[in-house]
Write a protein that binds this ligand. Structure first.
Ligand SMILES: [Zn+2]
Length: 253
């Protein structure tokens, strides 16, 4: 029998995403989905969905893409929602120099605010990082020992040293469909302690090979898991059990 899985990072509140259909199709495939917010508009919506649906959990936060329009009211709402028991992390938040660098100071400010909220509410931090690994490492080092946990979502290694620096910080690494892509540095996963591995889809983005380019769905998470199992030379169901235990631990479920 095939073990079920969990999707640690998916966007269900999104254009052209049929959350109802995804939730109805979860039975026997996915135990639960962590529905991630990216903006002030979504924070209330993801929590509402999680309150209504037993197998959906939520994160609240602001993605660096939306950093510029963030104001103190938004932090107030995040703090209010962070006390909801279905909210399992703060984020996704972080730094992104790939899409834009013009608002980098503001990105930093918004990221740090959310780190402080995660510390205050003892929630793990769901981090987005793209082309800003060194800057994220520098900030996380400052908060070392104060954050309950950090998840680097959709982890993609630039080089071994960066992976090792994140390992030193004791973070969780969440792998998405890009792990299956041709040019992805898969070898680095062998450096990471197995109790720090998580898996996600980041759907509707990042469909894994061989369905790359189509709209992704949480149920596709098994494709990435199978690829990880191959690279780590570990039995598939055994890996699934470990991934579920890791998720349970990091999200305090
Ligand atoms: Zn995401």
């Amino acid at each position: 029998m095939n073990e079920s899985l969990v999707d640690c990072h998916a966007h269900l509140i999104f254009d052209n995403v049929d959350a109802k259909k995804i939730i109805n199709g979860m039975a026997g495939v996915l135990d639960y989905i962590v529905c991630v917010s990216t903006s002030k508009m979504d924070n209330l919506k993801v929590v509402k969905l999680a309150e209504k649906e037993k197998n959906i959990y939520a994160t609240v936060g602001i993605h660096p893409e939306y950093a510029s329009e963030t104001n103190p009211e938004d932090y107030k709402l995040i703090k209010k929602l962070a006390t909801n028991k279905k909210v399992v992390a703060i984020g996704e938040c972080g730094l992104d120099l790939h899409y834009r660098s013009d608002n980098f100071l503001k990105q930093k400010e918004v990221f740090i605010k959310q780190i402080e909220i995660a510390i205050q509410f003892k929630k793990p931090l769901m981090v987005h990082v793209r082309d800003a690994e060194e800057q994220v490492l520098e900030i996380l080092k400052e908060y070392r020992g104060r954050l309950v946990d950090v998840i680097i979502h959709c982890y993609s290694s630039k080089n071994e040293n960066i992976t090792k620096a994140f390992i030193d910080l004791d973070v969780f690494f969440s792998f998405a469909g890009n792990f299956t892509f041709k040019n992805y540095r898969r070898e680095d996963i062998k450096l990471i302690p197995i109790n720090k591995l998580l898996v996600e889809t980041d759907s509707p983005f990042l469909s894994p090979e061989p369905i790359r380019g189509t709209q992704n769905e949480p149920k596709n998470v098994h494709i990435t898991v199978e690829k990880i199992a191959k690279v780590l030379e570990i039995e598939n169901n055994k890996l699934k059990t470990i991934l579920k235990e890791n998720a349970k631990r990091v999200f305090r479920l």
